[in-house]
Ligand binder design. Structure first.
Ligand code: NAD
Length: 424
């Protein structure tokens, strides 16, 4: 197997996982970050984010891992650079590409004076055409070199799921390599080949679209399950039983049918909004995608409305179980807990919240609410809302409680004195 020297730019969810997993495969990794504290954590074998198994991989592969804030130096010392920086939403939903543009410009200037062939791989989620039409010209301008002759360039979208990201890296459904030249494709095939995961090669633009189409489809499946779940609730049918039956159809499949309070996180909402905004730039108004976002935006309100059937929030203390956007992650970006807590505070309630790992990330958003030391404390509130399906919430004692469940915790359903499921 070839051993590569790889620069990873960005030590967030994608960068930290990608770098640690490539180190596990035997490659030498230089993490480039802006936050020295996060780099120090990585250098001491600890993960800067909560992701199961990541601490172990970083600790185990310390001899192949180094960290720096010096991007130019890192690029010059390595063969490959993975861009894993953020591509957040702007206020109008369109994508903010400043981080990828900035690092492309620095990478370009770094390869200008280097005699070695360097391959740049865009892993950040970027809209179709971004790598070819925006980043390639920046790289060529800053380096004074020609792409695919003097340096390699590829778009390699990331499909990891937070909470099972390491498993997804080693046993993913596919690796997509978008490149416009054979040389770059073969380098990436050599890099990923040992995983035994199917590799799909295509153009950069198509690779970019595959990522958006995948996320848009999964988001659509969730909003579809929620729209039908809302109807099921009205007509007293358990939507979980419905989708169990539906998912047995191999044309449809069982995944992403967990109806509830909708999707959050750093990908689905931002990527669907970015795709909508992009479609508009070419005169297209995507009807399905707009509906996906609208359904998702409305979904957390259902939980509050069900609560109000049983308890008037004003002057009451409402407990929140779960703040992360999904279990096994400390990521609170676009978590459903945000709009739910905002609504509760507006209604005049006090809030006591608990999450096994995400409270530190959540606290700056709502410094004024109470953060419980243990999940059990939340159960003492006047009513409890279940917002994230952490496994430990399956072990609580819900007897004599009022529970409004956005995520289907079986024990709460069995035990609570008053129980409402959002779509069942
Ligand atoms: P993140 O915000 O957790 O991490 C991005 C990191 O890049 C941050 O640590 C930031 O400090 C760093 N960074 C930005 N500019 C830098 C610079 N000039 N030098 C060094 N570091 C810099 O984001 P993320 O969740 O890891 O996502 C990264 C990209 O991958 C996004 O485009 C996202 O859409 C995509 N993606 C994310 C996931 C996911 O589950 N989180 C999955 C697939 C794809």
């Amino acid at each position: 197997m070839n051993t590569f020297n790889i620069t990873i730019i960005g030590t967030g969810y994608v960068g930290a996982v990608t770098g640690a997993c490539f180190a596990e495969l035997g490659h030498n990794i230089t993490f480039v970050g802006r936050d020295q504290k996060k780099l120090d954590l990585i250098s001491s074998g600890k993960s800067p984010i909560y992701e199961p198994g990541l601490d172990d991989l970083l600790a185990k592969n310390q001899d192949r891992i180094s960290t720096t804030t010096d991007l130019v130096g890192a690029v010059k010392r390595t063969d490959l650079t993975f861009i894993c920086v953020g591509t957040p939403s702007q206020d109008d939903g369109s994508i903010d590409l400043r981080q990828v543009e900035d690092v492309s410009s620095v990478i370009g200037s770094a390869i200008r004076s280097s005699p070695d062939y360097h391959t740049i791989v865009v892993k950040s989620t970027v809209l179709p055409g971004t790598t070819e039409d925006l980043l390639l010209p920046i790289l060529e301008k800053e380096s004074g070199k020609k792409a695919f002759i003097d340096f390699g360039l590829a778009m390699n979208p990331e499909f990891l799921k937070e909470g099972s990201a390491i498993e997804d890296f080693f046993h993913g459904d596919r690796v997509v390599i978008g490149s416009n030249d054979q040389e770059t494709s073969s380098i990436l095939k050599a890099l990923y080949g040992s995983l035994g995961v199917p590799i799909y090669t295509t153009t950069m633009k198509t690779a970019e679209m595959i990522k958006y189409a995948s996320n848009a489809f999964l988001a659509t499946k969730i909003s579809f399950a929620n729209e039908l779940g809302n109807l099921c609730k009205q007509i007293e049918i358990d939507s979980y039983e419905v989708f169990q039956g539906v998912g047995m159809d191999t044309r449809i499949g069982p995944h992403f049918f967990r109806s509830g309070i909708g999707f959050g996180g750093s990908c689905f909402p931002k990527d669907v909004r970015a795709l909508i905004a992009h479609a508009r730039t070419v005169g297209d108004e995507p009807r399905i995608l707009n509906a996906v976002i609208r359904t998702n935006d409305d979904q957390p309100r259902k939980l509050i409305n069900l609560l109000k059937k049983h308890v008037r929030p004003a002057g009451r203390t409402i407990g929140i179980l779960g703040l992360a956007f999904k279990p096994d992650s400390d990521d609170v970006r676009e978590s459903r807990a945000i709009s739910i807590i905002m609504d509760l505070l507006k209604e005049g309630a006090s809030v006591v919240a608990y999450d096994p790992v995400a409270m530190e990330n959540f606290r700056p958003l709502f410094p004024g609410i109470t953060y419980a030391k243990a999940a059990g404390e939340v159960l003492d509130c006047d009513a409890v809302l279940i917002v994230t399906e952490w496994k430990e919430f399956e072990d609580l004692n819900y007897e004599n409680r009022i529970v409004i469940d956005g995520r289907r915790i079986a024990k709460a359903r069995d035990e609570a004195a008053i129980y409402e499921g959002v779509c069942w």
